[in-house]
Write a protein that binds this ligand. Structure first.
Ligand code: NAI
Ligand code: 2PC
Length: 339
């Protein structure tokens, strides 16, 4: 029996570089849209199966448990993520995730990606099955930023010099890191938070953030910005149409519930809107549901060249997150650790 390996968030962090992740997520998004568009009506067996995720509510906490399975034939990946969102958490993270990787030939568990919970229980499981435990939350944090990077690479109007980040939490930090690593042209990163001390703390956190300025209003942050990232827990719009430069690109990452929004509905309707999954977005995005804005394309369609990248127009990438992104990230970790 194989020895059980426990892989910490630190180990995941070391091998899951944005250089690898950006490429892998781009390919994953493309495979996802390509598979749908080649259709299954011709009797072919699905090459990538990713149903719309299921959401279980915990009403007393306004919380949810989301399950996200995917099969990717090309990579022989059979993976599912379970992620919780408890927005009222204070002393522990609001999002927590575990990822299970199965052998795609036999269905035998190959690896279990988790932060704390699974590690604590590993002793009991050790004698039962040869399984590895990895961190799932780091993957969510980084692959979400990588998806925004990919959308920006395809939709931004030229090389961005000014980036605005709205929110100063976990995703704000990963987006800052991913964008600064990927776009060497960035000169200024403006950060806004609904609690001003959050933005100030973010901007001064370490000396590598020398290009980062805290802004007192959303308007100050987004005016003239080439790229805007919204990573807040806001349930009502914070970005107004008149503040946004025509031709800017917006990655709308928060508001992952039908009754929540981050973007002015007028802006949603006037921009060209791209999504990760059309079905997922229509089921979960309040920015789309409340504004009745039209979805122009999936970002994977743009990568595949079947839909136009309207770089000269104001564009919104409405990101909700997909299992295919987690699966390709998990593969990088397993390959990187030689497992
Ligand atoms: N699209 C995707 O794939 C993913 C989306 N998300 C979403 O991204 C958003 C940010 O996630 P994290 O950074 O992990 O959360 P976080 O809790 O670390 O950060 C949330 C930020 O929003 C701010 N905030 C809270 N209430 C606000 C309000 N009423 N108005 C404006 N700002 C407010 C907080 O001060 C904080 O800066 C969440 O909405 C989350 O659900 C998270 C993971 C994946
Ligand atoms: O894809 C994901 O993991 C999530 N999307 C919204 C919250 C977590």
């Amino acid at each position: 029996m194989e020895e059980i390996k426990f892989i910490s968030a630190d180990q995941v962090g070391r091998v899951l570089t944005y250089a690898l992740l950006n490429k892998a997520v781009e390919r994953g998004l493309a495979l996802f849209s390509q598979n749908k568009n080649c259709g299954q009506e011709d009797g072919r067996i699905s090459k990538l199966d990713q149903p719309v995720r299921t959401v279980v509510s915990v009403p007393s906490k306004k919380a949810s448990l989301v399950s996200m399975p995917v099969y990717i034939e090309a990579d022989q990946l059979l993976v599912t993520k379970l992620v919780t969102f408890f927005p009222k958490n204070e002393s522990v993270p609001k999002h927590n995730a575990i990822i299970a990787v199965f052998n795609a030939n036999t269905g035998v568990p190959r690896a279990f990606l988790d932060g704390e919970t699974i590690t604590i229980r590993r002793t009991a499981a050790a004698s039962v099955v040869a399984t590895q435990f990895l961190d799932g939350e780091t993957i969510t944090i980084r692959r979400t930023a990588a998806a925004s990077v990919v959308a920006t690479q395809h939709l931004a109007n030229g090389q961005p010099t000014v980036l605005a980040i709205l929110g100063s939490g976990v995703q704000a930090a990963s987006h800052y890191e991913a964008f600064c690593e990927t776009f060497g042209t960035l000169q200024q990163v403006r950060v806004w938070n609904h609690k001003p001390e959050g933005a100030k703390e973010f901007a001064s956190k370490d000396e590598r953030r020398h290009n980062c300025v805290a802004c007192e209003s959303v308007e100050d942050a987004v005016r003239d910005a080439d790229v805007i990232v919204t990573v807040t827990s806001s349930s009502s719009p914070i970005v107004m149409t008149q503040w946004v430069k025509p031709g800017a690109h917006i990655n709308a990452v928060g508001a992952c519930r039908l009754e929540w929004a981050e973007i002015d509905p007028n802006l949603m309707r006037s921009a060209i809107v791209y999504v990760d999954s059309r079905e997922g977005a229509l089921q979960e995005s309040g920015d789309l549901f409340l504004s009745k804005a039209e979805v122009y394309a999936e970002i994977g369609d743009v990568v595949n060249g079947t839909k136009t990248a309207h770089r000269d127009k104001t564009t919104v990438f409405k990101s909700l997150g997909m299992a295919v992104e987690d699966a390709v990230a998990a593969k990088i970790v397993l390959d990187g650790l030689g497992l």
